[in-house]
Design a protein around this ligand. Structure first.
Ligand code: FAD
Length: 303
């Protein structure tokens, strides 16, 4: 059995596994895809001390660093069940194997919900973005749309309004869903427009995004806006369905953790985007991976 088994292969996992391995304990990583979301990222400019890097390069660097340690890496494997047994936590894989560990760190990350319209895939990282903290500064002085009028959409719009020239919010429903304090704040800004009842049908472009097409659901007419970027803010889905009721999750499906990264199940910790930590960023997921590993080690020496 492992002392620490990390499920997931992104930044949180790499950091957790390295911190655990540096204690000289038996450490494993089981993951669908080493690198995680970073594989899909173009430029990264907010990993402090590295002024700029590319996502795939960052993912390769993560893997390289992990390989420097005595860590069992089981790549291209998906966990499908977690069960707390007497002395161990069992992780059952889709390939039928079961791994046993004295402690487990869940770091299965999350994925952005996609619009599923033409142009979204094609212009990903060419004007289509999902993370205002990551990509907002690249649109300085430009016109962007935010799709989604929930809290994350309106927070993104307020954030972006401070950087870009103009923000147009497109919401499918007749009303915004965001908290009224956020809506009031948005309405107080001079460079924002809200369009409700808007069903986005296409993101247009040549080399990069140049506009967005939507149907005005009230007049049933097609509309087009010329702009330079589109931030899709219709939800971030944690990769936690496989856990079922084995650990406590909140209404968004995020794993509930305390400040030690501990879940409600003894010996089971979690880190990064799959948790209820509010902010989802590489540097934050790495910090929480380290924190979870150190507290898993503390758990091991006490049990
Ligand atoms: P993830 O990176 O999501 O990794 C989780 C891993 O677990 C994945 O490899 C997944 O395949 C695997 N997994 C899932 N379920 C299972 C399972 N059942 N069994 C085994 N493995 C499983 N952040 C920044 O700080 N700066 C940026 O510039 C930036 N840009 C971004 C751009 C894009 C397009 C995207 C999508 C995200 C960006 N982010 C950025 C966010 C950042 O990538 C995430 O915050 C970070 O990767 C979270 O790390 P994580 O380890 O928690 O999860």
């Amino acid at each position: 059995p492992y002392d620490v088994l990390v499920v997931g292969g992104g930044p949180a996992s790499a950091s957790a596994a390295i911190y655990a391995a540096r204690k000289g304990i038996r450490t494993g990583i089981v993951s669908e895809r080493i690198g995680g979301q970073v594989n899909d990222t173009a430029g990264i400019e907010n990993f402090i001390s590295v002024k700029r890097t590319e996502g795939p390069k960052f993912a390769a660097d993560l893997e390289e660093h992990v390989k420097d340690y005595d860590i069992d890496v089981m790549n291209l494997q998906r966990a499908k069940q977690l069960e707390r047994k007497q002395d161990f936590v069992d992780i059952e894989l889709e390939n039928g194997a079961t791994l046993q560990s004295k402690s487990v760190i869940l770091a299965t990350g999350a994925r952005w919900r996609q619009l599923g319209v033409p142009g979204e895939e094609e212009f990903r990282n060419k004007g289509v973005a999902y993370c205002p903290h990551c990509d907002g500064p690249m649109f300085e002085g430009k016109h962007v749309a935010v799709i989604g009028g929930g809290n994350s959409g309106i927070e993104a719009a307020i954030d972006l309004a401070g950087i870009v020239k103009h923000v147009t919010v497109l919401e499918f429903s007749p009303e915004l869903k965001a908290d009224s304090v956020l809506q009031e704040r948005l309405n107080s800004l001079p460079n924002t427009t809200v369009v409700t009842n808007a069903k986005t049908t296409e993101i247009t472009g040549d080399d990069n995004v140049n506009g967005i097409t939507y149907i005005d659901r009230e007049s049933e007419t097609e509309q087009h806006i010329e702009l330079d970027g589109v931030f899709v803010q219709i939800g971030l889905l944690p990769n936690t369905d496989w856990l079922g009721n084995a650990v406590e999750r909140n209404k968004f499906g995020e794993i509930v953790i305390d400040r030690n990264g501990a879940t409600n199940v003894p010996g089971v910790f979690a880190a990064g985007d799959c948790t209820d930590d509010r902010n989802k960023q590489i540097i934050i997921s790495m910090g929480s991976g380290a924190n979870a590993a150190l507290n898993a080690f503390d758990y091991l020496i006490r049990n």
